[in-house]
Design a binder for this molecule. Structure first.
Ligand code: AGP
Length: 608
């Protein structure tokens, strides 16, 4: 998720572009750049680092004269943050400049085709393939070239494009990534979202999929993919800038929860090809995978919890033995590792100190390391032998939600890949798992949209002192994360237990009306979990049960039941976490907690 802006008008473009990018930095902040037509040619300035580096480089835009330009703030996906990989990307003689938000999935094929025709590429980005392909098709008519390129690129994109020989126009195109346009008294604008242009105009056009916009300083015309003009209505925005940054959501955490369907889709789709799981960045052959003796999953906090879930999936589906460790223990425990093992490191930020130290320990012991990371170019991403990125985009709220869900997806994909390579599953089973995975985004969306019941229920527990979570098997793993979400944003004491462990002591904590959240999605463990529910209810607990659609007999056993759609037994955590996130969020909001910046917590713990 990056931020793009564009402007053409009476005023100097560079300061306006930089100001717009400032408002979009929450979308990506590892590098930035702008292109401005200075009357003779397109001048481009870009720099690695936060926007202020570019502001200093351009003296807040003062040394880039011109009233037409495009700009970009980056969240790297293809190619580490660097001056070269920053946007705008351009063609050989800088007569075409492009800023892009999204992922061009077939960029390698385009690069190979154009390289064979004598083109050379200077960056590692997927976006440069668009600039070079525009160059390849450009015969003097920008609209025609843009359409030819849109018909050949796959993936998601919002593009801002400038052509040096059309200095009185800025072009934009969209598919799946957000893009808006707006006209103000001082000119015309495009941007990834309204935050960037709110101070100039509150009347915006939402550019639809496969649509192109052509901006002049006092008009905007729209075209469809056949080049036909399209009439559009503008919409009036009455949000304040702060709300706009959150996309109209009250908190970044809620916004990021509602981004999970897209995050899961974005993390899944590049790794599904013709009913097979293909993980390009794994760097392991089938034989390497067959030779894996044991997996060691190491991480902290919520990332560690995905490891607890994943153990059930790798052992169950691929029959590979798994150890799961919190990194702050692993690094000092002198763990017994074998060169045939694989150490899987998980981190949203890629900078968590204990997790980084665990990675370095494994490397020092000569053990292969695979990292599941969200931040491209982070320390863990750079130092691991191979990296699998979660395409969650920047996660602003301290309490992780979308990155957690994307990490689970990576584990599922790895487990299917490992199980296939080790002959534990066949083509049909692989196909069936993939079908269940591809249903998850819509199922998550459905659960998020049905939030009212859990919101009403959560309001009853704003004053709670202790809340317990129980589950068996993979349900125990999700109860760990449900409990952490509640603790970290609502400051309510909460514990998660394997349900069968209660009677060995903890059940003494259950008092009248103590809330116990029981997760019961595993068919083979369901009767056992129900008996644990009965056990705590007889001691006065009020039980909220999260179970599968159709398990209606739970109504007799629990006090309040939330149903999740049916899915594969290995993937239930991806659905069960949604009502648990919503519960924690609405309890915390009900208590008036600062949900996005909880006390005593940092987004990334980089200190020892
Ligand atoms: C989760 O909501 C917390 N922010 C925290 O537990 C986090 O998961 C942990 O600090 C690990 O961070 P990482 O994924 O960036 O390494």
């Amino acid at each position: 998720m990056c931020g793009i802006v564009g402007y053409i008008g009476e005023d100097q473009a560079a300061p306006i572009l930089l100001d717009g990018l400032e408002k979009l930095e929450y979308r990506g902040y590892d590098s930035a750049g702008i292109a401005v037509f200075d009357g003779k040619e397109i001048e481009i300035k870009k720099a690695k680092g936060r926007l202020k580096v570019l502001e200093e480089l351009t003296h807040d835009g003062a040394n880039m004269p011109g009233s037409v330009g495009i700009g970009h703030t980056r969240w790297a996906t293809h190619g580490e943050p660097s001056d070269i990989n920053a946007h705008p990307q351009y063609n050989k003689d800088k007569t075409i400049a492009v800023v892009h938000n999204g992922i061009i999935e077939n960029y390698q094929k385009i690069k190979d085709k154009l390289t064979a025709k004598g083109y050379s590429f200077i960056s590692e980005t997927d976006t440069e393939s668009v600039a070079q392909l525009l160059d390849y098709y450009y015969q003097g008519n920008p609209l025609e070239a843009i359409i030819k390129v849109m018909l050949r690129i796959e993936g998601s994109y919002s593009l801002g494009i400038m052509f040096a020989d059309h200095p009185d126009r800025v072009y934009a195109a969209r598919k799946d990534s957000p893009l808006i346009a707006g006209i103000a008294s001082d000119g015309s604008y495009i941007a990834s979202d309204v935050t960037a242009i709110l101070k100039h105009t509150r009347d915006v056009y939402y550019i639809d999929n496969q649509e192109i916009a052509c901006l002049s300083k006092d008009s905007i015309s729209f075209f469809n993919i056949d080049g036909e003009p399209v009439e559009k209505e503008s919409k009036h925005i009455d949000w304040d800038a702060n709300a706009a940054e959150k996309g109209g959501y009250e908190h970044f955490m809620l916004k990021e929860m509602y981004e999970q369907p897209k995050t899961v889709r974005d993390t899944l789709s590049p790794r599904i090809r013709k009913d097979h799981v293909v993980i390009d960045d794994l760097g392991m052959s089938n034989e390497d995978i067959r030779n894996i003796r044991r997996l060691h999953i190491v991480a902290c906090g919520s990332a560690y919890h995905t490891g607890v879930t994943a153990r059930y999936v790798y052992e169950g589906m691929a029959r590979i033995p798994v150890d799961v460790d919190v990194a702050s223990e692993f690094r000092y425990r002198d763990p017994i590792l074998d060169s045939r093992d694989l150490v899987i490191i998980i981190s949203q930020s890629g900078e968590t100190a204990d997790t980084l130290a665990a990675l370095r320990l494994a490397k020092k012991k000569g053990i292969p390391t695979l990292a599941i990371v969200n931040v491209v170019g982070s320390s863990i991403a750079r130092e691991a032998d191979s990296v699998m990125y979660t395409w969650a985009g920047p996660e602003i709220a301290v309490a992780t939600t979308k990155a957690y869900s994307a990490q689970l997806i990576c584990h599922y994909l790895l487990a299917i890949r490992f199980a296939k390579a080790r002959g534990e599953i066949n083509d049909d089973q692989e196909k069936a798992y993939i079908a269940d995975l591809e249903k998850l985004p819509d199922q998550i969306e459905m659960l998020l949209n049905n939030k009212n019941r859990i919101q009403k229920f959560a309001n009853r527990y704003v004053g709670a002192k202790d809340i317990f979570f129980i589950g068996r098997g993979i349900d125990y793993a999700i109860s760990l994360e449900g409990s952490l979400k509640l603790k970290e944003i609502s400051y309510i004491h909460s514990e998660a237990y394997p349900a069968g462990e209660l009677k060995h002591g903890t059940i003494s904590l259950i008092e009248d009306q103590t809330l116990v959240t029981a997760i019961a999605t595993q068919k083979d463990l369901y009767p056992k979990t129900v008996s644990n529910i009965v056990e705590v209810r007889t001691r006065g607990a009020f039980v909220l049960a999260v179970t599968n659609e159709g398990d209606t007999d739970m109504e007799e056993n629990a006090d309040y039941v939330i149903y999740i759609p049916q899915t594969n037994r290995y993937f239930t955590n991806s659905l069960a976490i949604i009502p648990l996130q919503l519960f924690a969020y609405y309890v915390a909001v009900g208590k008036g907690c600062d949900v996005d910046k909880p006390r005593n917590l940092a987004k990334s713990v980089t200190v020892e």
